[in-house]
Structures are given as C-alpha cells and as structure tokens.
Design a protein around this ligand. Structure first.
Ligand code: GLN
Length: 195
C-alpha cells in the first residue's frame, strides 16, 4: 500500500487525508522531519503559504522536503501548496521549497472575490470538466520548458506537472471528485515502480 504524507500544520490537510484514505492509501499527517522519510508521496495543502512555509522551516521540515523531492519523492501542492513549491513568488521572498520551475502570483483573482467555482477542462482526466474551487487563489505567471500545463483558467496555467511535481491553484479536496487525487496517487505508484 502506498503511503502519502500531508503537511499538517495549517490549512485544509484533514480533508486531503480523508480523500487519500478513501482511495485506499495509507494517509498520514506530517509534522515532524523524521516522518518525511516514511512516505511515498508528499502533499502540501491549501491554507496560508506564509504560515505553512514558516512552520515547515521552524520545525525543520523544509530542507528534508526539498531534498526528498530532489531525490524523486512525488509532491503535490494545492493553492498555498502550489505557491510553496514554486521557484519564484511575485513580490515576496517568503520561505518556499522552490522545486517547481514556475513563477506564481498570490491572490491573483482579486480581493473582493474571495472564492468562486469554475468548470475547468483537464483533457488528461477525461471529458468531464473538473470543478475548480478557487479560494484566494494563485495563478502561474510563467512556467519553465520542463513544465506541462494540464489546465488553464482564463488563459493562465492553474494545473501543472513537472516530472513528479504536481501543482494546482484550486482546492480539489472540496468537491467529491477525486480525479486529481487519483492522478497524484498514480504518480506515486509509477515513481515506486521506477525507483
Ligand atoms: N492566498 C493564500 C496564500 O497566498 C492561498 C489560499 C489558499 O490556499 N486557499 O497563501
């Protein structure tokens, strides 16, 4: 059984744990550095990227997480998690992992509109669109040549994959449609096969 760890300091980690458990993975909250070594995949949830990054740093998880991803550990970042994965965050030098060759802009959909839903076409996941729940969501301003854009909203990339790194602007854990989680689970399985 694959093991997936969800960084569990702040944000919507509970729901991710439930979804992965429902999909049959061994899903574990991660709060200590040693726990990273025991997982086959890592998730950084939505929440507040400055808070999650600061706590990962303070509790010594930042460097082990960066090293594990460099060593081939699959990682998924949603919303704040996508911000923390990105190499460059517009206008801030806040703490991050920086493992994804992308520039991302925080709160890119305006302040008044705190939250909205949109039907997002993700050809890789079939004909049915995914319902994207955007909560003070970021958007990718640019991505490197090694980054595949799996979905866009209003022309901007919002779901991208770079090898074993999956990052998205919205919250896939809130809709009952688990295709994004299944996609990440399949990345964990194929990483295990080729490891
Ligand atoms: N706006 C938040 C940030 O910049 C992200 C919001 C979210 O994860 N829903 O960290």
């Amino acid at each position: 059984m694959s093991t997936v760890g969800v960084i569990a300091f702040q944000g919507d980690f509970h729901r991710h744990l439930q979804v992965f458990a429902e999909l049959g993975l061994d899903a574990r909250p991660i709060r200590r550095r040693e726990e990273i070594a025991g997982v086959d995949g890592l998730v950084i949830p939505g929440g507040e990227s400055t808070t999650i990054g600061m706590l990962m740093d303070r509790f010594g998880l930042l460097r082990p997480a960066i090293d594990a991803v460099a060593g081939g550990l699959p990682v998924m970042g949603t919303c704040a998690g996508a911000i923390l994965l990105s190499r460059e965050i517009v206008g801030t030098d806040q703490v991050r992992l920086g493992v994804l060759d992308a520039v991302i802009e925080r709160n890119a959909y305006g302040r008044q509109v705190d939250s909205f839903e949109a039907a997002i076409a993700v050809p890789e996941l079939g004909d049915d669109p995914v319902t994207g729940v955007f909560i003070r969501a970021p958007r990718f301003v640019s991505v490197g040549s090694g980054v595949e854009v799996l979905a866009r909203f209003e022309d901007a990339p919002i779901l991208v994959r770079q090898d074993r790194v999956l990052a998205l602007s919205f919250h896939p854990e809130l809709t009952g449609d688990y295709r994004i989680h299944r996609l990440f689970a399949s990345m964990i399985v194929s990483a295990g096969v080729s490891a």
